[in-house]
Design a protein around this ligand. Structure first.
Ligand SMILES: *Cc1c(COP(=O)(O)O)cnc(C)c1O
Length: 387
């Protein structure tokens, strides 16, 4: 059997009629930039996550960047985030000229460890100058809902207390997830998501969304995404071109109801199938799945687990030979990436992230995998451990 890691074409085939007609409508109407579909999508998304404002933007990365711009983040400011994430979560901080502070993750959930945030805030030291950081310079925390599981927001808020530190939720992987009966992408002071094709809700190119309840901030975000203007050719602040395409909004609209009514459950069902079929290996400790906390519902952007006994490469090769692709999210934590060399972090600074990066794999996953495919994958994994 040949397995696709994430089969986007299968989904298109099933929704083809609806998607094609929505795209055709945009082509016929000619409002390729700023079309009505964008506002329609923004309304749907805001309602779905229960946020006051949703603002469509050009990608998840731009959503993070624009959020920091709107918050007025600049050189000399510090932003805390996790090193176990996709590069976007931290590159936007450096791009703006602020300084990234990494804190380690929880070994079970792989999300930023609230306790480590507490430790840092009690004694904030600049990694580079080794000097104490003035607490007022620490402006925000970019939390990442890694693999689709929201971080521990209540705990993080408790730790922030009455300090003037905002939470920017990187929900690029968690649109559709829940945290204590609240929707992901409404858990930060600002939250973002990505519609990259392989994300839980994906378009057919690049796209993203910013969410906030703060109306003043929302106005600023709208201006920044469109060259800092409210009225055409009247530029009040510095902005950029961070708009969502009408065609991508139309595609998302065509997929939206199906995602909400069907795909969320299909993703959950597939994660349960995996967990059932791999239970013996979980019980024996040979495989350690990402722990999903009680009162939290992951959307399983990835189905990820840790491999014990340094068997990762052997398992990957074994599966590859049998038509099963796996992915590594993420093979190298950000503090060890060359791009962040200037931050002066070294190996050993974040042992949990380093350990998880060494041992983690993501199994093929999408809403559309059927029981036979998951049976096949799990059968081969079980065979590997028997041989
Ligand atoms: C995918 C992803 C992003 C970036 O989204 P793009 O739309 O690809 O720019 C940001 N953060 C995380 C955690 C992601 O997984």
């Amino acid at each position: 059997m040949k397995i696709e890691f994430c089969d986007l074409k299968k989904q298109y085939k099933i929704l083809k009629e609806k998607i094609d007609s929505k795209i055709q409508l945009v082509l016929d109407n000619g409002n390729y930039i700023g079309g009505e579909e964008i506002r329609e999508l923004e309304k749907k998304c805001a309602k779905f996550v229960n946020a006051k404002h949703a603002i469509g933007v050009s990608s998840g990365t731009d959503a993070l960047f624009i959020s920091l711009l709107a918050k007025g983040i600049k050189k000399g400011d510090y932003i805390i985030t996790t090193p176990f994430t996709f590069i976007s979560s931290a590159e936007v901080i450096e791009l703006i000229g602020a300084r990234t502070i990494f804190v380690d993750i929880d070994p079970k959930t792989f999300n930023i460890d609230a306790e480590k945030i507490r430790e840092f805030l009690e004694n904030p030291i600049d990694q580079k100058s080794k000097e104490k950081i003035e607490i007022g310079k620490i402006k925000g925390i970019i939390t990442v809902d890694v693999f689709g599981q929201p971080a521990d927001y209540d705990e993080i808020r408790k730790i922030i207390g009455n300090k003037d530190i905002f939470i920017l939720e990187d929900g690029a992987q968690s649109f559709g997830a829940k945290y204590r009966n609240r929707m992901a992408c409404s858990l930060g002071d600002i939250s973002i998501t990505s519609f990259f094709p392989s994300k839980p809700l994906g378009c057919y190119g690049d796209g993203g969304m910013i969410f906030t309840d703060d109306s003043e901030l929302a106005e600023k975000i709208k201006m920044i995404r469109n060259h800092g203007q409210k009225e055409k050719y009247q530029h009040n602040i510095i902005g950029l071109n961070g708009r969502l395409d009408t065609i991508q909004a139309a595609i998302l609209l065509a997929k939206f109801d199906f995602f909400v009514k069907k795909e969320i459950n299909m993703r959950k069902r597939n994660s349960q199938l995996y967990s059932e079929k791999l239970k013996n290996l979980f019980n024996s400790g040979k495989l350690v799945p990402q722990l999903i906390e009680k009162n939290v519902e992951s959307i399983y952007a990835q189905y990820s687990l840790k491999i014990s006994d340094n068997l990762r490469n052997d398992l990957i090769n074994y599966l590859k030979e049998r038509g099963i692709p796996v992915a590594l999210h993420y093979p190298k934590p950000l503090h060890l990436q060359e791009a962040f060399k200037h931050l002066n972090y070294t190996k050993g600074d974040f042992p949990v992230s380093e350990n998880v990066s060494r041992n983690v794999i993501s199994l093929p996953f999408d809403a559309w995998k059927d029981k036979e495919e998951i049976d096949y994958i799990c059968g081969k994994i079980n065979d590997f451990y028997r041989s």
